[in-house]
Design a protein around this ligand. Structure first.
Ligand code: HEC
Ligand code: HEC
Length: 347
């Protein structure tokens, strides 16, 4: 009995695709009146169409609440989020293995969707089947013509990691600290983790002039607007999350490729330098991107696992998330100098 039913099921399952194939194949006599739609006949086109449709269905279930029906990043939850969900209509993506300003690869989008972006509202969707993720990628691309217009960008080169096989990473970390402070001056935006005197020593060791002065709040991040005009803080690696992953490979990718639409530069093309007095002497090389990655990772690992209010202060940030009906007014720690009464009776 069970066997018979099982066979019946199998028969039905096999009949459906056969029927579908037969149907599209034999409709030859009638022409399709809607010429704006891709023809159902032809293996590639119909495969792409179904993938996009499948992606559209999954998008409505998982993504629409934040990224919005039209992909503009204005889903119902968006107004509560900082940073805001990505607007897919202009196809500007932040995290990729391609140089800043270029479109990400499918692999990059897959990584973002599967792993999420830690420290933002973007969740990781690793429970979604791989085929559905492919479908979501195909669907996300339908929101912008840029995907059709631009050639797929090539990934940044990944040089061999000279420290990979060495168990003790202290040499890599020390070198990274020197390059972070003395050559790339990452502290122009991210915090410095060295004193001003140490920075100057590092600068001179990298054949650069010592700095005459430093920005105020050198030990904190410098606020930088992104291309949407949102004020964002480059992460303080001792305290904040990095979005696109904290493994050395992730960090190499983020640092080398840079982050599109933000102040974070592409570093991979500007790491090579030679001594001015003796141009045969190498001062820095692309290998140093690995050293920086190990150094940044060592800072990430200093992150307190628990927030201890005695040792961790939350930096005052100029914006916060407002709930519905709440007045949009900056929250200040200082007493306001004017009160509502000051304005009353002023007629
Ligand atoms: C709870 C809100 C939320 C949901 C649901 C959500 N996202 Fe996001 N997503 C975000 C936010 C916020 C960002 C921007 C993070 C940032 O700027 O660092 C983002 C960014 C992205 C990015 C851009 C990454 C980049 O490199 O710029 C992609 C792609 C993306 N989401 C895809 C999806 C897909 C696909 C789904 C559904 C499976 C989804 N998101 C569901 C909030 C969400
Ligand atoms: C001109 C300013 C600027 C400089 C210089 C700069 N950064 Fe950034 N960096 C940023 C900004 C802005 C972000 C935040 C982007 C975002 O999340 O929107 C960022 C983000 C990052 C991230 C986080 C990536 C993630 O996954 O979230 C890493 C890692 C990073 N920077 C490393 C570095 C290193 C290392 C250097 C020096 C070699 C450096 N940055 C120099 C502005 C800068």
């Amino acid at each position: 009995m069970i066997l018979v039913r099982f066979r019946g099921l199998l028969l039905v399952a096999a009949a459906v695709p056969l029927f579908a194939l037969g149907f599209s194949g034999c409709s030859g006599g009638e022409s399709d009146p809607d010429m704006s739609r891709p023809s159902e006949f032809g293996f590639q086109t119909s495969l792409k169409t179904t993938l996009v449709e499948e992606g559209g269905n999954a998008y409505k279930i998982y993504c629409i609440g934040c990224h919005g029906e039209t992909g503009d990043g204005n889903g119902v939850a968006a107004r509560f989020l900082s940073p805001r969900p990505r607007n897919f209509q202009n196809a500007k993506f932040k995290f990729s293995s391609t140089r800043s300003g270029r479109l990400p690869s499918d692999e990059d989008l897959r990584r973002t969707i599967m792993d999420g972006l830690k420290g933002s509202a973007m969740p990781g969707w690793d429970m979604i089947p791989a085929r559905t993720v492919d479908a979501l990628i195909a669907y996300v691309k339908t929101f912008s013509p840029r995907w059709e217009e631009k050639q797929p960008a090539t990934a940044i080169p990944v040089v061999d990691d000279p420290y990979r096989s060495i168990e003790d990473k202290s040499e890599a970390i020390a070198r990274g600290r020197a390059v972070y402070h003395g050559f790339s001056t990452c502290w122009a935006c991210h915090p410095s983790y060295a004193s001003e005197a140490e920075i100057n020593t590092y600068l001179v060791s990298m054949d650069k002039p010592a700095s005459a002065g430093f920005r105020p709040n050198l030990m904190e991040s410098e606020a930088k607007p992104n291309q949407e005009g949102e004020v964002i803080y480059p992460p303080d690696f001792r305290r904040d999350f990095v979005r696109a992953g904290g493994s050395v490979d992730d960090l190499y990718r983020s640092i080398a490729a840079g982050i599109s639409g933000t102040a974070m530069p592409t570093w991979v093309d500007s790491m090579v330098s030679h001594q001015t007095s003796d141009p045969t002497k190498v001062v820095t090389s692309t290998d140093d991107l690995w050293a920086i990655s190990y150094y940044v990772q060592s800072l990430l690992m200093e992150r307190p696992s628990r927030l201890d209010p005695e040792t961790v202060t939350v930096r005052a940030r100029p914006h916060r998330i407002y709930s519905e009906g709440e007045a949009f007014a900056p929250v200040l720690d200082i007493e306001p100098t004017t009160t509502d009464e000051d304005f009353e009776g002023d007629d």
